[in-house]
Ligand binder design. Structure first.
Ligand SMILES: C[S@@+](CC[C@H](N)C(=O)[O-])C[C@H]1O[C@@H](n2cnc3c(N)ncnc32)[C@H](O)[C@@H]1O
Length: 302
């Protein structure tokens, strides 16, 4: 109950912020009165037409003391006793703009992102802040051998290939030829094609074939971003391929927040929720679920 009430709170607050309702800075006292404030704001949300979706909200309609000129500082105050008054940040559109403005995105990745934006499925691409984190993990590990499951047009794989040493190798698995063509074009343009071993076809087959070729325990890093219902199978295969201390990073573990909504029980959501539970209980790995992009879990093989 505690978790679901704070999630409702989070969602309600974020939704109102997204819809252009301006908020005062939240204090614990304000949050105690959240339900009455929320009701007030809900009325505002349905009746106001606000001039800007991002940044400071200035509403066109008659201002009141709650909505006059407040930035959308959205925080979640979770249950005091359970979480020790911890304020957990909620990413509003303006805050996300700020995060992106603080990402060092290489020019070639920016070009690829822009080209992909007009393509079918562009929302599948990892965000620049996620790609930066993946690249940093690869660098921290001093990884030489990496695997990606689910390349699409190559944004995350290019981010990884760019930071690999010249001797490094990235096995890039993708079943869609059309998007793979874009990825290859950018590997070429970025001068990293020699580091990428493209496996066109079903990812599970490519991973099994690496194991059969005796490449078990030889990879430092793997990123999983393909068919979500296959996550458990990819994970088991990658656990064989990655060395002790190596990382397996799984994308979309929060699935647009649906994993935490008990009312949502479609096949994909249930499968991701079950997989998250399995990871939590899996003693073969250390884990950290990171709320970046659509949520990524970083697993380290013990
Ligand atoms: C979410 S997208 C990957 C996005 C990519 N990581 C990026 O940042 O641009 C998922 C990709 O996985 C591919 N895919 C899905 N199932 C697959 C499978 N069984 N084998 C290989 N690729 C698969 C899809 O064709 C799609 O291009």
């Amino acid at each position: 109950m505690a978790t679901s009430s704070s999630l409702v709170l989070h969602r309600c607050w974020s939704m109102l912020a997204y819809r252009g309702v301006a908020f005062p800075r939240r204090s614990p006292r304000l949050m105690l009165n959240f339900h009455s404030v929320c009701a007030t704001l809900a009325v505002k949300a349905s009746s106001d037409r606000c001039s800007s979706r991002f940044g400071t909200r200035t509403c066109n309609s008659k201002p009141n003391h709650l909505t006059r000129s407040c930035s959308a500082n959205a925080f979640v105050v979770v249950e005091d006793e359970k979480y020790g008054n911890k304020q957990v940040i909620s990413v509003t559109p303006s805050l996300y703009d700020y995060i992106l403005a603080n990402v060092r995105e290489p020019e070639i990745l920016r070009q690829l992102r822009e080209e992909t934006a007009s393509m079918h499925g562009s929302q599948m691409q990892v965000s620049p802040d996620q790609a930066q984190l993946l690249a940093m993990l690869v660098q921290i590990l001093r990884a030489e051998r990496c695997i990606e499951v689910g390349v699409y047009t190559g944004y995350s794989s290019l981010a990884i290939a760019l930071v690999l040493p010249e001797s490094g190798r990235l096995v890039a698995c993708e079943r869609d030829a059309k998007s793979l063509e874009v990825a290859k074009k950018y590997y070429e343009r970025a001068g990293v094609f020699h580091k990428v071993d493209v496996k066109y076809g079903l990812a599970a087959d490519a991973l099994k074939s690496l194991i059969l070729k005796g490449e078990a325990c030889s990879f430092d890093f793997a990123f999983v971003d393909a068919e979500k219902r296959m996550n458990q199978e990819y994970f088991e295969l990658l656990l064989q391929l990655v060395r002790v201390g190596g990382l397996i990073v799984i994308d979309n573990v929060l699935w647009h927040g649906k994993v935490a909504d008990t009312m949502v029980n479609d096949v994909k959501t249930v499968s991701i929720r079950n997989f998250n539970k399995c990871l939590l209980e899996d003693k073969r790995v250390n884990i950290s679920m990171v709320p970046i992009g659509d949520g990524m879990t970083i697993c380290q093989k013990r």
